[in-house]
Design a protein around this ligand. Structure first.
Ligand code: S3P
Length: 164
């Protein structure tokens, strides 16, 4: 499963990786939206981040019961210890990126509630300080996505999987 911050490319890379492996691709945020019938922004608005995190853990538990899938998690899914235990049952791939790339990739984004602020850079820096060490600590494999095409990243992951 893929972990990493917002804008690291988890969904795009996850979909391509799943195609190469012949696995299903599952996006946790998308599943939460499908199940609740509401988008992430609405859930944050009405239920707060806490409500979203509760749904996220429930969804992770359900998804992990299935086999042969590549799973893209939301950037904050690694924070709860409970979630870390669920994630570590699988092969965890950390997609690393810089704050600058995150900012560039999420600049026009209206769907990420945590970034709808005047200074998204400080939010990303704050979140990174807390989360980057967690991504590192639970990952079986860390791959830098900056300056690489989706194909190059997927190739690197495939090579590492072959060797593991
Ligand atoms: C979040 C990341 C988002 C989504 C939600 C919260 C976070 O997913 O789960 O907006 O806390 O970093 P992406 O990492 O796919 O953007």
């Amino acid at each position: 499963m893929l972990v990493g911050p917002m804008g690291a490319g988890k969904s795009t890379i996850g979909q391509q990786l799943a195609n190469r492996l012949g696995y299903f691709f599952v996006d946790v945020d998308k599943c939460i939206e499908d199940r609740s019938g509401a988008d992430i922004a609405w859930i944050f608005d009405v239920e707060g981040e806490q409500g979203f995190r509760k749904r996220e853990t429930e969804m992770l538990e359900d998804i992990f019961a299935q086999q042969s899938q590549v799973i893209a998690t939301g950037g904050g899914a690694v924070v709860k210890e409970e979630n870390q235990h669920i994630l570590q049952q699988g092969f965890v791939i950390y997609l690393k990126t810089t704050i600058e790339s995150q900012l560039a990739r999420t600049a026009k984004d209206k769907k990420r509630p945590l970034l709808q602020v005047d200074d998204p850079k400080s939010v990303l820096l704050e979140l990174g300080k807390k989360r980057f060490p967690i991504y590192e600590s639970i990952a079986n494999l860390s791959i830098c996505t900056d300056g690489c095409s989706v194909k190059q990243v997927v190739d690197q992951i495939m090579q590492s999987l072959d060797q593991s």
